[in-house]
Design a binder for this molecule. Sequence first.
Ligand code: HEC
Length: 141
Amino acid sequence: MGKNRVSLFLGLSIVSVVMASCGGNSATPPANAASAQMPGEAVYRNTCAVCHQSQGEGIAGSFPPLAKSDFLANREKAILQVVKGSSGDLVVNGVKYNGIMPPQSLKDHEIAAVLTYVYSSFGNTRGAVTVDEVKAVREKM
Ligand code: HEC
């Protein structure tokens, strides 16, 4: 191999390495566009199920149930619960809980969606919770 051929070979190698790394960058998948408008069930799975469990059954002594919870009868209290969280005594279906629920940093439409899901799942038949109801509770805070 003559001297010219060696440098040509080196030059091509560098060009192909640079091109490969650029190609790698442009192949990065786009950010998940669906997350902006998660339906209520997805919000529930991602946000609430870790504590309230997948069927809303809760965990005795720690996390109160959402399934057939009488707490849900007061819609403002339920919305406030999600927006502000709570700590201290809280009674659900006659059973006392004393835990901590951190405030959930969700958008108004996500809170409406997740509560609509809860209100129509796990044996609950309480109808939809609207974005306007969530806004009204926030305005009173
Ligand atoms: C980190 C655990 C945790 C997460 C996450 C959580 N909660 Fe809670 N939740 C609790 C605890 C603990 C209580 C009881 C708090 C108390 O004793 O003051 C509670 C109480 C409630 C109540 C009132 C009592 C009842 O069971 O009806 C509602 C309604 C509720 N949570 C809904 C939700 C929703 C909806 C989400 C998701 C957007 C959510 N929670 C996320 C732990 C959690």
